[in-house]
Design a protein around this ligand. Sequence first.
Ligand code: PEP
Ligand code: MG
Length: 574
Amino acid sequence: MIYHGNPVSKGIAAGPVFLYQPFTAAVSGDLLEESAVPEALNKYEAARKNAEAELKALHARLQSADPEKAKIFTAHIDILFDEAMDGDIREQIENNRYPPDRAIAEVFEKYARILRKAPDPLIKERASDIRDVKTRLIRIWNGVPEKNLSSLPAPAVIVVHDLLPSDTATLDRKNVLAIVTEIGGSTSHSAIIARSYGIPAILGVDKATEHFSQGETVIADALTGQVISEPTKEQLRGCAEKRRRFFAQQDQINTFINKEAVSPDGVRVDIELNLASVSEQALEGEKYTDGVGLFRTEFLYLGRDSLPTEEEQFEIYRAVLTKFGGRPVTLRTLDIGGDKKLGCLNLPHEENPFLGNRALRLCFDRPDIFRTQLRAAFRASVYGNLWLMFPMVASIDDIFRAKQAVFEVKKELTDENIAFSPDVKLGIMIEIPSIALLADFAAKEVDFASIGTNDLCQYTMAVDRLNPAVNEYYQSYNPALFRLIHLAAKSFLENGKPVCVCGELGGDRLGAAVLMGLGVRKLSMNISSVAQIRKLVNELPMKKAEQIAANVLALSSAKEAEQYLNSALKEILS
Ligand code: PEP
Ligand code: MG
């Protein structure tokens, strides 16, 4: 049987399915009979032993591959055997006749709450570890086997309803052969992360978690978007051959990874990096790029119980700025809301989150959060070449408000005698059509623009970028989008202000060809696209790119544009 989805990160793999359904803890309410207490205590002890065994196995599995991650699980064993908590749980079972799961839930929560109030952020963080151990114990108590993406027992194809950003952050990359989800479009964060890790991914496979069973072998073909269940021997052989060819082609493209991006007629394009974490692996991209065109700072806030402190942020920003030396590091202020929720902020439910209190709007709403981030960024600015930009700018007023916040933070730092660089560049993301249309005014207010084509496409086409049901309407090659980009880029370039494209279109071969032709000289992308785009720039004369762009602007549909771009590039590129 063949199922179809949206191939968002290229590649192909065959392997057993790992069905992932995160466990959510529910606890029993009824009190125990007096006579049931001794058995409950024994069962609690048994659950603890099981949890210890699981944690030891996780630790052993990670010890050589990722010792830092392994340490987390040693800390969890310590929590499991914490004498104070153990004493309280036993007391609740013996004296109050609480069933063990309820006793565990209440006691662990009590301690987590106490830690959450600690002034030291490191101690505060332990609250999430306590909650993690609590969920593990309650899951074991319920007889539910362990499911976790941070440490898979063997290589597998992950099949999941949707991957949360926090799931992807802890993904056991070496064992994930491919990702198949039921929802998510090509610019969802799952897709972006899969691409940056180079993991084949097919999103939007309807009812995937019902079609596939745990452990069955599938082929995930993220070149065509097919997921094949019960493949024949012949199909498996075909898959192996296709995989071999794919890697050979990748090797050929990879020879360009270090080549300066200069077109055959001598025009240079900066190839910058999109960063969504500061792991060693993510920062490897520094070797192959001319700067950071998009530093998605959300990862600092995700999957934790408390907001990151100024100090914590400062250390991270400083590390990245130092690593890139004099090259620009474009830090995007917090972009939360939309598909990204924060555990540490109790954000109200919104009917239309992508049109709601997102990104800059949320920062205006929570000046404390905004100020902390701006202070950390400006303090770090003395360590490198900081460019600071604001996401989700919709109006000139938004620019004034953001600049006012920057002004206040700079004044504060000056009053406190804290140094910051006078050369920090301020820019906006162009991802809402209104600001693209007013770019001539915006260009007078800021130093640069960065076009976020993922959202610009979403808002131009009026289509939720995560909803597979409307995926066909999310048309990145629609000439309407290119016309808006043209308008915005032209306004900034005429004012002598740099324009970057940091949405997925910048790392896409067809899209990048048009962007070059529209005058964009900075493209920012995931590391997995760098070699391909360096190759494109080296092979595509800028004069030709300009003709291509002009032709695309004169077309009327995404389909025509895609067909035209494919054939035009086929003629030119090797
Ligand atoms: C964009 O919208 O193009 C962008 C780069 O931001 P994000 O994908 O993080 O929304
Ligand atoms: Mg965006």
